[in-house]
Design a protein around this ligand. Structure first.
Ligand code: NAD
Length: 428
């Protein structure tokens, strides 16, 4: 990677962390958050940074850098994804860990907030190397994770297979107890994962979208939408929206941008991405080089399901969608949000829109601890009920206080944390 790319990534991670902190500070002063709660929340409780060596297939060793940031565990065990990507940095995981605390508090889960990852690209390694890297990272984390202490989950660059490896390594090294399964969520169903976990984040975002559309008197049938990111979150969201009768007209991922006013089949694109790890090559005649065309396309709504900071002051003014659904964490910078608000673009914010993942992770944790297996209908009905209830709480705060949905979500979340801190007191 060039120095210039490294610098750009560092700046982007810093921007995410700064953006989360700025939004937190603004709301803390708006609601006059208790000063000790303010101080506690403004920093993570623990920051773990680890270097560990792993043997590659050619016999050489490579050194990897891993992180686990434990932001807050007032409401329950630390909870948050593991991101394996070249851009992973301390600032990035710090920002994402704080968002997890706010998200779990917003949807009233008995869980705290954390985030972690390894700075590397899993696509550059064989499955055997990825398995050794994951297991070695788990060993290095030691008892800093655990089913009652800190519970990782999938995020960018990881999936059920990685969670199975973490669970198996932890089980063999530290526990050998039945509850060890609950050390991670997002496992394969065969290894104790919950049905409906893989689709939960995308589906949760769509349940919020349906509520928004109902509130606006807008029909999703025949609506036109675009999506950035067609991985776990983006593909499941697109498939669900397609099933509701809306038409996907543009897709952007790290490989290409596709635009087709007649509609891109999300079902066929999902098969293509599974085989080719990106949208490139799908209906190649519809590929465009000009990213501005993606952002400037007139659509009813846009789903952001890729990285943080993809909507900035440079492209926010181009956006003509009526609504942005933040499937990704932190995709809109604070500066971009000001432009969007001025232009009347609504935003369903990340800590609400993508909370479906952690909601079903919580269901998986509960099932593991009770040796239960819920069916798909039960999981989906419980997810729907929980996220819709959070949506309406946020909507009510937004209306009564005259603030944006994001500000309302932060208010709900911080008010809940403050209440618990004040009732429990800060020990000793
Ligand atoms: P993923 O790895 O499955 O997919 C990531 C997608 O982003 C891919 O389509 C990739 O092509 C695209 N992408 C990467 N770099 C890009 C770039 N420079 N430009 C455009 N597209 C790019 O990851 P995921 O699990 O779907 O996560 C996506 C986002 O959703 C992340 O912000 C993640 O933190 C958030 N999220 C995920 C979950 C979950 O359950 N997986 C839960 C909550 C939030």
């Amino acid at each position: 990677m060039s120095n210039e790319q490294n610098e750009m990534e560092a700046a982007s991670s810093k921007k995410l962390y700064q953006g989360v902190c700025d939004r937190f500070e603004r709301i803390a002063s708006f609601i006059d958050l208790d000063s000790k709660v303010h101080a506690i929340m403004s920093q993570p409780k623990a920051e773990l940074m680890i270097h560990f060596p792993v043997k590659m297939d050619d016999g050489n060793y490579m050194l990897f850098k891993g992180y686990r940031i434990q932001h807050n565990n007032l409401l329950g065990p630390y909870k948050g994804g593991m991101r394996f990507a070249p851009e992973v940095s301390l600032d990035e995981v710090k920002g994402l860990a704080m968002l997890m605390t706010l998200k779990c508090a917003l949807v009233k889960l008995p869980l705290g907030g954390a985030k972690g990852g390894i700075k590397y690209n899993p696509n550059d390694h064989s499955p055997e190397e990825n398995q050794r890297i994951t297991r070695r990272f788990t060993i290095a984390l030691g008892d800093n994770i655990g089913p009652s202490y800190d519970i990782p989950a999938p995020d960018m660059g990881t999936n059920a297979q990685y969670m199975d490896w973490i669970m198996d390594t932890y089980h063999n090294l530290y526990g050998r107890k039945i509850e060890d399964k609950a050390v991670v969520t997002g496992k394969s169903v065969a290894c104790g994962g919950s049905v409906g976990r893989a689709s939960a984040t995308g589906f949760g975002a769509v349940y919020c979208l349906e509520e928004w559309a109902g509130g606006q008197g807008v029909s999703l049938e025949g609506a036109r939408f675009s999506i950035q990111g067609f991985g776990n979150v983006g593909s499941h969201a697109a498939l669900k929206i397609e099933a509701l009768g809306a038409r996907l007209v543009a897709v952007n991922d790290h490989t290409a941008t596709l635009i087709n006013p007649d509609g891109v089949s999300a079902t066929e694109l999902a098969s293509h991405v599974a085989a080719h790890r990106g949208v490139k090559g799908f209906q190649p005649t519809r590929e465009v080089d000009d990213a501005d065309r993606f952002w400037g396309l007139e659509t009813d709504f846009m789903v952001l399901a890729a990285l943080e900071n993809t909507v900035t002051e440079d492209n926010a003014g181009l956006i003509r969608a009526k609504l942005i659904v933040e499937g990704a964490n932190g995709p809109v910078t604070t500066e971009a949000e000001e432009i969007l608000t001025e232009n009347g673009v609504h935003i369903i914010p990340d800590i609400l829109a993508n909370a479906g993942g952690v909601i079903v992770s919580y269901f998986e944790w509960v099932q593991n601890r009770n040796s239960e297996y819920w069916n798909a209908e039960t999981v989906d009905a419980k997810l729907r009920e929980k996220i819709i209830s959070a949506y309406h709480q946020v909507k009510t705060v937004s209306a009564t206080r005259g603030v944006s949905m994001r500000q309302a979500a932060y208010i709900e979340s911080l008010k809940h944390l403050e209440e618990v801190y004040l009732k429990r007191g800060v020990w000793p």
